[in-house]
Every structure is written in structure tokens, then in C-alpha cells.
Design a protein around this ligand. Structure first.
Ligand code: SF4
Length: 411
């Protein structure tokens, strides 16, 4: 079998291909964008952009209800937009597997907030895999389709910037040749979520999570790696790579399915250690659930809750050691994002600046109108917020000030 170097995003697209996916739908956003771009390399997949994340998920849901495997991708803030269909999709379950890839952006390299999508898995009761390299990104994508169909649930696959954009070796496999032909099958009790049906489905959802947690206790994607036996670490995703670098002698429980957590496996592992760490980026998602099991751990009281982890940050937080300075790369000038030299928006922002307008903006290239020398943006909350924000602020200010308010929208 061929081995190739792939980014996590390329590997997810490859995983979808090898899983027999027929439809991929997405809304772009860093760090998720390249997944759909790479899905277009496979003519067997009908891959297209949607006008927003909600529509992307609805297209995927339709394909799944038709019996096809469907991949839906977005960045973390996109899940806020897609949350309406997501929470009810959790109740309907799937026909063909549906995997929603969400790429989080710890450190806010290109985002307006740093939300941790693992909370969405718990909130929506949709199980979530989290890979730690490109090989796992491909394998977990395929696994997510299989597990989703086995347990009749949509599945999350969570990536983060470093998993999506770093490259590592991936072993390629073939696409199945026996992909079932999608067709219309009526099943109103499962797919029409009016209260009488949804009430029953909620019991199925809760039962599914219990069964999945039991199942995952003995699955190889949750694995224990033995070290010197002195210290235990529970971790997942990219944090696993940092743990292996910083604490090579630690015993590690690497979790692949981060929702629902493998409770019995965690209990069995934790029983061996007086010193047990949970190393995870952003929220104390695993830590809080482990503590709720009555297990004492060291976590966010030492590790940062904001920003990315790095080996150096973990070393410093847990052991008070400064990161070794081994970076011999030349000093490069900072290159913050900026509007393209010929961008027609530049002139608009220049005039808004001259007019001393109060500019409500939102997410896109034109957010860069905030930066000097244009310096013509006063608010930026989320995609599509500018007109609503301008309307709201105009309701409460004087008539004279209202004349200064301008909303900009459009990427
Ligand atoms: S809209 Fe964005 S991509 Fe297009 S020219 Fe302007 S800055 Fe460049």
C-alpha cells in the first residue's frame, strides 16, 4: 500500500474517499477549508460549497437520509450556525453515515473566538472522535462512518489547527466497490421530529450514548501506552503529541473517542497512579468528567485554559521549566494579514475613515479594514452581524450620531 505525506485535512478527505462517501458539503473557514478542496480531487464524491454551515449540514442530512455516506465540514464557529439542524439530527440519527468535521482554532490564528467544540459533542449528544495525526485523521474518519451507522448517530470528527495543517505519513487504502445505491425510504417515526416522535427518540439517544461508552472501553482507538509506571497522563488529540515529547516516561491513556468518554477504562487506568495529569487544550473538558467520576487529577490549575498548548508551555506549566531555545531560524518580519494590494474595498474604507463613520463590520476580508492605515471598523462580532448591529445601535443613539453609522457586509 502507498505511503504518502498528507496534512490532516488532506487525510480527512482521503478518509472520506476510502469510506465510500458520495456527498461532501461545507462552508469554508480556517483551519477546515482544505478538506472540501481536497474532496473535489475525487470525482466519485459530489463535493460543493454551501452558502453557510447550516445549509451545508442540511445537504449532508438529506444525503444521509437518502442512504449515502455524507461528509460535512466547517470551522468551530460554523457549528454555532449549524446548531439548529445538528441538535435534531442527533435525535433522527442517520441512514447513510454522516460525519461532521469541525476544525477548532486554539490560539485564534484566524478566528473571532476560541470555543472548544468538544462541548458541542456533549451538548448535542453527538459522539466525537479526535485524531492526533494525519494517519488517525484518515482512520478516524472511516471509523466515524462505521460507528455512526452501527449506533444510528451522526458523528463529529474534531480537528485543531495543528492537526489540520501539519503533515505526517499516511498509508493509503482503496475505496470500496460495493457502495449501496441510495434510494428513498420512508420512516416518519424516525425522521419527522414532531414532539410525539422526538420524545421517543430522545430515549434512543441517551441509550445510544451509554452503549457507545461501554463499547469504547475496549476499542483500540482508546489505548494505554505504558511508560515507567510512575505517572499517568490522560490526553487526546494534538496534546498527545506534546505529552509524548515532554513526558516520554509517563504512562499515557490516549483517548480517541472524546465523547462519550470510556469511563471504565479511565477508572482502571487512574487506579494505578497517585499523580495523574489531564493534558488538554482549551477547556477542562476531559478533566471535569474525570473529576465527576471522583478521580483527582492535575489539570487546568496548572495548564493554561487559553491558547494552544506547546511542549514548552506544558513543560513550564507542569514543571516550572522554561522551554529550551533551539530555534535557529532567521528572524523574519511579522506579516499580519492585510487586504490585497488591488482590493476595491480599500477605497471604500479610506472614505469611511475620512468621513469618521462608525462602521459595524463582520467576518471576512473586509474585517481587515480595521487595520491601519484604513482604520475604519468599530465592531466585529460574527458572520453577518453588521446590519443587525447597525440597526440596534441606531435605535439608541441620537439622530445626529445615527448619520455616522455604516454597516459593511460581503466577503
Ligand atoms: S475582497 Fe479579499 S480576496 Fe478580494 S481583493 Fe479584497 S482582500 Fe483580496
Amino acid at each position: 500500500m502507498d505511503k504518502v505525506l498528507l496534512s490532516g485535512n488532506e487525510a480527512i478527505a482521503r478518509g472520506a474517499y476510502e469510506a465510500g462517501v458520495l456527498v461532501a458539503s461545507a462552508y469554508p473557514g480556517t483551519p477546515s477549508t482544505e478538506i472540501l478542496e481536497n474532496a473535489t480531487r475525487y470525482p466519485e464524491i459530489d463535493a460543493s460549497w454551501a452558502p453557510n454551515e447550516k445549509v451545508a449540514l442540511e445537504v449532508g442530512i438529506g444525503a444521509s437520509f437518502g442512504g449515502a455516506r455524507a461528509l460535512v465540514t466547517m470551522k468551530h464557529v460554523g457549528v454555532n450556525v449549524a446548531a439548529d439542524p445538528l441538535f435534531t439530527l442527533s435525535y433522527t440519527g442517520v441512514r447513510g453515515g454522516l460525519v461532521l468535521v469541525v476544525a477548532d482554532d486554539p490560539e485564534l490564528h484566524s478566528s473571532q473566538n476560541e470555543q472548544d467544540s468538544r462541548n458541542y459533542a456533549k451538548f448535542s449528544k453527538v459522539p466525537m472522535f479526535e485524531p492526533a495525526d494525519s494517519q488517525e485523521a484518515k482512520e478516524f474518519t472511516k471509523l466515524a462512518f462505521e460507528a455512526g451507522e452501527q449506533f444510528d448517530t451522526p458523528m463529529f470528527l474534531r480537528s485543531t489547527t495543528r492537526i489540520s495543517h501539519a503533515k505526517s505519513i499516511v498509508t493509503l487504502e482503496d475505496r470500496p466497490t460495493d457502495i449501496p445505491q441510495p434510494s428513498l425510504v420512508r420512516d416518519a417515526a424516525k425522521l419527522v421530529m414532531l414532539p410525539a416522535n422526538a420524545r421517543k427518540r430522545h430515549y434512543d439517544v441517551e441509550d445510544r450514548l451509554i452503549r457507545m461508552a461501554e463499547w469504547s472501553n475496549a476499542q483500540p482507538f482508546n489505548r494505554i501506552e505504558k511508560g515507567a509506571g510512575q505517572v499517568g497522563v490522560i490526553t487526546a488529540g494534538v496534546s498527545y503529541q506534546y505529552v509524548k515529547e515532554v513526558m516520554p516516561d509517563a504512562d499515557v491513556l490516549k483517548i480517541g473517542l472524546v465523547h462519550p468518554l470510556p469511563e471504565q477504562l479511565i477508572r482502571d487506568f487512574a487506579a494505578n497512579y497517585e499523580t495523574l495529569y489531564v493534558v488538554e487544550e482549551l477547556d477542562p473538558y476531559i478533566e471535569e468528567q474525570v473529576r465527576a467520576m471522583g478521580i483527582n487529577v492535575i489539570g487546568k490549575e496548572k495548564l493554561p485554559i487559553c491558547g494552544e498548548l506547546t511542549p514548552g508551555r506544558i513543560r513550564k506549566a507542569l514543571f516550572g521549566l522554561d522551554a529550551p531555545v533551539e530555534d535557529n531560524s532567521p528572524e523574519l518580519p511579522p506579516r499580519p494579514p492585510n487586504m490585497c494590494p488591488g482590493c476595491p474595498h480599500r477605497g471604500v474604507f479610506m472614505e469611511l475613515n475620512r468621513a469618521k463613520a462608525y462602521v459595524t463590520g463582520d467576518i471576512g476580508c473586509y474585517t481587515l479594514g480595521f487595520l491601519p492605515p484604513l482604520s475604519a471598523m468599530d465592531t466585529c462580532v460574527c458572520m453577518g452581524a453588521s446590519i443587525g448591529n447597525a440597526t440596534g445601535i441606531s435605535k439608541v443613539i441620537s439622530e445626529e450620531e445615527q448619520r455616522k453609522v455604516v454597516a459593511v457586509i460581503g466577503d
